[in-house]
Write a protein that binds this ligand. Structure first.
Ligand code: F0G
Length: 455
């Protein structure tokens, strides 16, 4: 059969509260036209993020009851350590409360003023931690990775020539690490090929530079390698993941994504000296090294979740549910970032709302239209998020996208059919949509709390 069904039965449900369009108009107005300020109970389908929002399995819940909450030497830590070592091969596990805490420990330890840290594309929190340490975060994704319509199997790949040029220009002594983000969230959830991971690793090691993976969505990346890269079709996702990690010296991880948990993360690495330096900071900022920022039950959930994320039936369903929506929108002529990535569909609002200039926030407008029409909450990745410059001026972002990120194992096919209907209806009414202006905003990360008004 062709139908790919959800590879699970639902044993516990959470009601969705439906609202009318009139109610949503009022709710959005009260929230200053900022979906971040809506109450989650007022959202019908919540695609704000795939981070920490998924459904856990019965086995994960069982593990949570069995957990060991000992301060030191908890058996839940050893279970997580064994899962992480099995999948990544890295010697040291440093648990943290989420991904950015691992980034904080890692970059504070290795980076200093004047350093440059290349990546395909640094995620916002990664970039912020690199910059907080005084270093420069440099994005070297291939050119096709920046073109929404270009069809390339691995749009998350790093440009290896640019990486070599950067090493020549900066000098290896001022590059404390080379990173690669799998999948490339900021570039549309696009995968990185095994050949590219290997290529980056070879260049890094030739220059004695450590190579680390931002591994949040490592399992989704493994599935793309299996289905798109020659020689991997017959490999299991876990074998592919093991090979990906074998080329690296360590990773940072947000277990809120492919750890299938609601909270958690870790830093894992091979170097004894670096691990001991990182642990010193971990004790200061997160907690004792056998729990870091996590409760015993969180470590149990992640230890089990890492394997569930690598289940081929789950991954087939996961990647298909994203492309299922992408296909429906493409058929309706709606421009999206092509091909669909691992965790989200990205709508190209610059094209959809070409009558709204970037300074009037077209992606913000389309995202709000989805909420008004159908109670859908996505997130703007455009000029509201990136436009404000350090000197206070405003510059249009490179792209105006609406990201619809799918929580893991949460929504069914009929939810996705509903999504498509609402998005197509918003698209048909696009000429009527208007821009927005900001009426009140904080100095940094303004998209989280700014208040806006339709123009
Ligand atoms: N790296 C990547 C690639 C991410 O996507 C995220 C989080 C992090 C690091 C930080 O992890 O949230 O556990 O501290 N991304 C979420 C998102 C927030 O919505 O894309 P965290």
């Amino acid at each position: 059969t062709d139908t790919i069904i959800e590879p699970f039965r639902i044993r516990s449900v959470e009601p969705i509260r439906f609202t009318t369009m009139e109610e949503r108009e009022q709710l959005l107005k009260e929230a200053g036209y900022n979906p971040f300020l809506l109450k989650a109970k007022d959202v019908v389908i919540d695609l704000l993020t795939d981070s920490g929002t998924g459904a856990m399995s019965s086995k994960q819940w069982a593990g949570m009851l069995e957990s060991d909450e000992s301060y030191a030497g908890s058996s839940s830590f050893y279970k997580l350590e064994s899962a992480v070592q099995d999948i990544t091969g890295f010697k040291h596990l440093i648990p943290t409360h989420q991904g950015r805490a691992a980034e904080n420990i890692f970059f504070t330890t290795i980076a200093k003023k004047g350093d440059v840290i290349p990546s395909n594309t640094h995620f916002d929190t990664t970039r912020a931690h690199v910059e907080h340490a005084g270093a420069e975060a440099r994005d070297l994704v291939i050119d096709k990775g920046k073109q929404p319509q270009s069809d390339h199997a691995f749009k998350g790949n790093m440009n290896l020539e640019k990486l070599q040029d950067t090493i020549r220009e900066v000098g290896s002594e001022d590059i404390p690490v080379i990173m690669i983000t799998v999948t490339n969230n900021s570039g549309g959830g696009q995968p990185v090929s095994m050949a590219n991971i290997k290529g980056v690793s070879e260049i890094a090691h030739k220059h004695n530079i450590p190579f680390f993976i931002d591994a949040c969505r490592f399992a989704e990346n493994a599935w793309f390698i299996k289905t798109r890269e020659d020689a991997f079709a017959d490999k299991k996702p876990i074998e592919i993941a093991q090979e990906m990690f074998s080329y690296a010296d360590g990773c940072t991880m947000s277990a809120k994504k492919d750890g299938m948990a609601n909270i958690g993360g870790f830093l894992a690495l091979n170097s004894d000296e670096l691990a001991s330096e990182c642990r010193n900071l971990e004790i200061l900022t997160e907690g004792f090294p056998t729990y870091g920022g996590m409760a015993g039950y969180d470590m149990e959930a992640v230890a089990q979740g890492l394997y569930e994320a690598l289940d081929p039936d789950y991954l087939r369903y996961r990647i298909r549910s994203i492309s299922y929506l992408g296909d429906k929108l493409t058929e309706a002529g709606i421009p999206i970032v092509q091909p669909t990535g691992g965790h989200a569909v990205y709508l190209d609002a610059k094209q959809i709302l070409s009558h709204i200039p970037p300074t009037e926030y077209p992606a913000w407008s389309f995202n709000n239209a989805l909420y008004l029409l159908g109670g859908i909450r996505g997130v703007e990745i455009g000029t509201v998020m990136f436009g404000k410059q350090p000197d206070g001026s405003e510059k249009p972002a490179a792209m105006e996208l609406v990201r619809l990120a799918f929580p893991r194992r949460m929504y069914t096919q009929s939810h996705v059919d509903y999504l498509a209907e609402v998005i197509i209806s918003a698209y048909e009414q696009r000429k009527k949509l208007e821009g927005y202006k900001i009426v009140d905003s904080p100095d940094v990360l303004r998209h989280f709390s700014a208040r806006l008004k339709p123009i």
